[in-house]
Design a protein. Structure first.
Length: 277
């Protein structure tokens, strides 16, 4: 199996993919869209994408890419993220003025950044920030990245586990083209993910959700984002707790369909044991 991930070697996406698919061939991409595009054009390529974090919230632009490429989700994974402050060997923490990393990592490490009065520099990814620090003779700049990135780029870790909350977890999705749904079993927990666009009518969202309440179906995620062509139309990314072949889920989706302009199923997959459903 070949799995695409965004970022340089040492990225958290790479670490998360290794945890679930240790024998997979992992391939680096510069951007999230490159991951989506390549997987969309080649059925043999899967991709791992971070979608949300327990501290910093959703990862920017992912919902738009999910809607654009319509890849199928076939697995989810919750990865414990431990951030580290790293520098070129010999640099001391009091020498630092700047810290470079992905916006999510910067958001997740605000306590340390504020404590040492560091000015954040937003970069494309965490491992890429470590690589940049390694390749440039910067005496006043550090990177926030993984221990794997520090080892890969020969950097010294000044402080470990600098995330604001020790329960810092990122949810990752594994996606690909033409993925078959797992078989429905009553004794297993599943997630059905979809994107829908509501009709431009009063109480449209309320009506969309009525079927889930009537059929006693839970939603673990409901997130709005604007149609890129208008601020008058909104789409919703929704995670339904249940399998699409469950009669109750089917009835809920039928009711949802009456009140939407479009409804796209993005995948049916086993719920991670992290959820404790």
């Amino acid at each position: 199996m070949k799995i695409l991930y965004q970022g340089n070697e040492g990225a958290y996406s790479q670490l998360a993919a290794k945890e679930i698919f240790p024998d997979a061939e992992l391939i680096s991409c510069k951007t999230f869209e490159e991951c989506f595009k390549k997987s969309s054009n080649d059925e043999s390529l899967r991709t791992i994408i971070p979608i949300e974090n327990s501290i910093a919230g959703r990862v920017a632009d992912i919902q738009y890419l999910m809607n654009k490429y319509k890849l199928q989700i076939y697995a989810e994974h919750f990865h414990k993220v431990s951030h580290n402050l790293m520098v070129r060997p010999g640099i001391k923490i009091n020498d630092l003025k700047y810290v470079r990393s992905h916006s999510q990592a910067i958001s997740q490490c605000q306590k340390l950044i504020n404590e040492y009065k560091l000015e954040p520099i937003i970069a494309a990814d965490t491992a890429g920030s470590a690589k940049y620090i390694s390749e440039n003779s910067l005496k006043d700049e550090a990177a926030i990245a993984s221990t794997l990135a520090a080892k890969k780029y020969n950097l010294e870790i000044l402080k470990k586990n600098i995330e604001d909350d020790e329960k810092n977890v990122t949810r990752f999705l594994f996606m690909g083209k033409k993925i078959e749904h797992p078989e429905f079993k009553n004794n297993e927990n599943f997630i059905t993910s979809c994107i829908f666009k509501v009709k431009d009518k009063p109480a449209a969202l309320y009506k969309c959700l009525g079927g889930f309440a009537t059929n006693d179906i839970s939603l673990s995620k409901l997130e709005s984002f604007s149609d890129q062509s208008s601020f008058e139309q909104y789409l919703f990314l929704c995670d339904i707790v249940g399998h699409i072949e469950d009669p109750k889920v089917q009835k809920s989706l039928e009711e949802l369909g009456f009140h939407t302009i479009s409804l796209e199923i993005l995948g049916v997959y086993k719920a991670s044991t992290f959820r404790n459903l």
